[in-house]
Design a protein around this ligand. Structure first.
Ligand code: AMP
Length: 289
């Protein structure tokens, strides 16, 4: 596996591969890799001829009071994990490489970027769509792999790709969880043992909604209350939102009969965690798109 730090080099390598008739698969990450990230790399490995993973902690998606400076970084360990998955290239640019002094252009998906996480993290999705656009232009992949873990991000990236005619196929991969149900996240590393237990309430709340939906409850308001009640059982966890929305436009739905995304965000101490499930019209979790 080769480590690339220059955008120009990454573009040249991808171009050469595509000219040779190879399909390029791209996995954008912020590093501190875990099995969730690696599942994306494995899917890319299975679907593409050349796999490029980026590891870049993107400053523009962090708010001024958020955890940019303390976000876990271990590029050597990440590179070893990626090499073990037979990733071909890791793109590890510096902040200056991605944002040369004087850059003033932003990509913003209006409307969607202010929903769910965008409501509590103003500017977050503008940072995400700007860096992902830049990475798409640099890597020019045939396929790009994203996790359903970040459900709002998936909706926003899909909209951006459609609105701006990016020539890339977005592949969404299922959420990878710890054995007790906690969704894997680089931010789980912030949790102490007590908080790690408390964090399970997010999954419990989602499972409560899943169970009720499986039993035939389709009224979103009642499902939301049931989920929020479970969240309230863990007083140390401060909910940010618990929403039942359309998975594409992220607006609340009154009834889940047509399918819905159940998304939760909460603070465990100062660590903000997110999780979600997708309900089909029949009330069972569907495979991600
Ligand atoms: P991040 O490094 O947090 O920006 O995540 C990079 C990619 O990995 C995103 O597409 C995430 O949705 C995905 N990802 C993160 N955690 C998981 C997980 N537990 N299961 C599946 N995908 C994940």
């Amino acid at each position: 596996m080769l480590i690339l730090t220059s955008a120009e080099e990454a573009t040249a390598i991808s171009k050469e591969a595509r000219q040779a008739g190879k399909r390029v698969g791209f996995v954008p990450t912020m590093g501190a890799l875990h099995q969730g990230h690696l599942s994306l790399v494995r899917t890319a490995r299975a679907q593409a001829d050349v796999v490029i993973t980026s590891v870049f902690v993107n400053p523009t998606q962090f708010g001024p009071t958020e955890d940019f400076s303390k976000y876990p970084r271990d590029p050597e360990k990440d590179s070893a994990m990626l090499a073990a998955e037979k990733c071909d290239y890791v793109f590890l640019p510096s902040v200056e490489e991605m944002y040369p002094p004087g850059a003033t252009t932003w990509v913003n998906v209006e409307g969607l970027s202010e929903k769910l996480d965008g409501r509590s993290r103003p500017g977050h999705f503008r940072g995400v769509t700007t860096v992902v656009s830049k990475l798409f232009n640099i890597v020019q992949p045939d396929f790009a792999f994203f996790g359903q873990k970040d459900a709002a991000q998936v909706a926003i990236i899909n909209k951006m790709v459609c609105d701006l005619n990016f020539d890339v196929r977005i592949v969404v991969c299922p959420i990878v969880r710890e054995s007790d149900g906690l969704a894997m996240s680089s931010r789980n590393a912030y949790l102490n043992p007590d908080q790690r237990k408390q964090a399970l309430v997010l999954y419990r709340a989602l499972m409560r909604v899943q169970t009720l939906a499986d039993r035939g409850e389709s009224n979103s308001a009642r499902l939301k209350v049931a989920g929020e009640q479970v969240m309230a059982e863990e007083s140390a966890v401060k909910p940010d939102y618990f929403e039942i929305v359309n998975r594409d436009v992220l607006d609340p739905v009154a009834d889940i009969s047509g399918g819905a995304l159940v998304a939760v965000a909460a603070y465990v101490g100062s660590t903000r965690l997110i999780d979600n499930i997708v309900l089909t019209g029949k009330g069972t979790a569907s495979a991600p798109r």
